[in-house]
Design a protein around this ligand. Sequence first.
Ligand code: FAD
Length: 551
Amino acid sequence: MIAYTKAGRKPLNAVCNGSIMNRDVAIERMKSTGVDLVVIGGGITGCGIALDAVSRGLSVALVEREDFASGTSSRSTKLIHGGLRYLKQWDFKLVNEVGRERAIVHKIAPHLVHPDKMLLPLVKDGKYGYWLTNVGLTVYDLLAGVNGDDRRQMLNKKETSELEPLLRDDILEGGGFYAEYRTDDARLVMSVLKSAVDEGATAANYCEVVDYRIKKDKIRGVRVKDVLSQEEFTIKSKLVVNATGPWVDQLRAKADALHGKKLFLSKGVHLVVSRNRFPINNTVYFDNEDGRMLFAVPRINKVYLGTTDTAYSEDIASPQTSAEDVDYVLKAVNHMFPSIQLQVQDVESTWAGLRPLIFEEGKGASEMSRKDETFEAHNGLISIAGGKLTGYRKMAERIIDLVFDRLERDNPGCTTDQITLHGGEFQDYAAVEKAVKKLTKEGMKQDMATYLVHNYGSSVGLLLHDVKSFETKDILKAELIYGIEHEMVIRANDFLERRTGRLNFDIECVKKFYPKVIQWMAKRLSWDEERIQEEKKTVESKLDEVTSMLS
Ligand code: FAD
């Protein structure tokens, strides 16, 4: 067992099997040591809360029923954005908060949160006319503190088509060109989580909360099932926060605390195509004929397209992209970019996610607010739902302020705006670009270098430490070893889908190398034949899930 300091925070032996992200050690620690706070849910909300709590001196345990970020937090549009839609609803306070958050998250994770100019084409009878776009984007920049070259530009028709020649010409009237940020949601979760663990939090994936520990009518911990061993254990705590996104109501119900407002789940899907097939230059936020807006987002050599917004009441754990969803998104893209005429067979991969929205009577899915909401139960359970990836830090700040109130402790205040996230140790954004250049100078292909630096940031040197060559197979193996040792990769899909994003953005690589990945994992983790077959089945069924509606 690892020895811990008296305060129970920093492990003395921070590196165990090469990692502070060691699941067995984490579970042993959770069983034996009570904590101030248990966080249920390893999405962006839960991980953000864990980091804020531990950085203010609380002892924290976080448990996730599947893999970290396996819920909504790996299935979003992956934008750190202010949300022009809030301006349309005159919610200046929210635009101000979310707008400023973009710059903060970019500063603390420059490798992961990239400035990305966005083009909003103005079309005849579109959702945002010239006036609203001009005033809106100006207010947006002001509220969000955007300066210099990043300020919005209003473009005429000619300038807009020069920027994006594939846009349809007959209805185009001009464009707004403004600053937003792009990220990788699952990597952001991992980066926040690793920062929390660096600070002393304990976290384990594949650990499902099945019940609460109740003492004198108050929730004082959780009963957890280790999904891999089927063993159950208890974590004692002073408080419990339920940050389970779409599952929030299930966990509230389990605590007999499902009163008042409830969740409304809305499904959104994305499709991935090759950038050669759809060669756009910028992220485009465009009108569909039905009055909704969609995104086309370039990401290295792919472009992803989305999203939909439809009421959802099926299995929360596995929302699927349907043939109708694919048809809807392709039609919208082909309407705005008519020379492209994307077909179903151009789609390489898909993903579907669930927005945990707060239900509002009489409103449709796309009209419901994206604001977060906190629920406090009679027995002390604190639940948080709604919100956005972009606002995770502020949501965490509000929750931990409340936790300090309830614990009646002196609150040192939130400092997560000053904590560089794991992998973000770069002087500035230019240094991120320099790191990419350095790898290409050493002989790595540009796409691979960009991918590695953006995914792993300043940890890329450690990852490539022993790499044999820059061939895909050798890099993949180096990533896998890094993932097992430093990012709690437990199952093959953790690696293929969330740590590397390859299932969505390089599916050919997954198809080619997944038997090898399973073989490497089997050797390293001493899997028996049964486990090998189970992993194979799980990867194949995931491959089927993201492509089945395309055949
Ligand atoms: P989740 O990520 O779902 O995490 C909850 C976790 O709790 C899950 O991992 C789950 O496995 C775990 N859990 C559940 N039950 C238990 C249990 N009993 N025990 C232990 N763990 C449990 N936001 C943006 O800012 N920008 C965007 O571009 C954007 N685009 C979006 C597009 C779509 C289609 C969708 C659906 C959402 C989008 N969002 C976006 C919103 C954003 O993705 C979500 O607000 C955010 O990811 C929610 O995170 P979460 O941690 O609350 O939930």
